[in-house]
Write a protein that binds this ligand. Structure first.
Ligand code: MN3
Length: 212
């Protein structure tokens, strides 16, 4: 994932869980340490394991060790688990314990161009992310056709997503992301997320995918 500056682990032919880019307590007041540790060490780790298992199955089909009939389901599992791995890497780098940041420069321009204003962006992001049915993600990224920023409400880790879409910002709205602190108040969590976006890293990801 060097393409968009994301540190997402893959070493020696295996997906690996990258360490958190900060101490787990440092996301206060957005998230508590217990939520962050469970989320990273258990949930994110499980998607890494699942992606490796699915990739192994597909490799064994390719070498003839397993029957071809194993491939379709393994491919579905790979899409789900690799989607989870990528989005969690992006999530950890989307948030900060600090508040008061704001998009600047090229990112501010892209938000204004795509949504009319910061208020327009926040209103759309809140509505789409709140409206994700069941478990999923609110994701901001670049539409490769129009060059505009778009917001998708991804279901699970990979459903309802345009091919070629380049994500630069992700909000996990699976309940494991927020339930210990926010209980069933997804809106309160999403509002807090909007106040704790790491705009500097988001700007770096946008710059990395823009080709001048
Ligand atoms: Mn999660």
């Amino acid at each position: 994932m060097k393409k968009n500056c994301l540190t997402c682990g893959y070493e020696e032919g295996r997906y690996v869980l990258p360490p958190l880019p900060y101490s787990p307590a440092s996301l206060e007041p957005l998230l508590d340490e217990e939520t962050v540790l469970l989320h990273h060490d258990k949930h994110h780790a499980a998607y890494v394991s699942g992606a490796n298992a699915a990739a192994d199955t597909l490799q064994r089909v390719a070498t003839g060790e397993l029957a071809a009939e194993e491939a379709p389901y393994a491919a579905r599992l790979l899409a789900f688990n690799l989607g989870g791995h990528i989005l969690h890497c992006l999530y950890w780098e989307s948030i900060t314990g600090a508040t008061g940041g704001a998009p600047e420069g090229r990112l501010a321009d892209a938000i204004n161009h795509s949504f009319g204003s910061m208020e327009g962006f926040e209103k759309t992001f809140r509505a789409v992310t709140m409206g994700v049915q069941g478990s999923g993600w609110g994701v901001v990224g670049m539409d490769p056709v129009s060059g505009l920023l778009r917001i998708f409400g991804i279901e699970r880790h990979h459903d309802i997503l345009a091919p070629g879409f380049e994500p630069i910002l992700a909000c996990d709205v699976w309940e494991h992301a927020y339930y210990l602190r926010y209980h069933n108040n997804r809106a309160g969590y999403v509002d807090s997320f909007l106040k704790h976006i790491d705009w500097e890293k988001t700007q770096q990801r946008l710059t990395a995918i823009c080709h001048e």
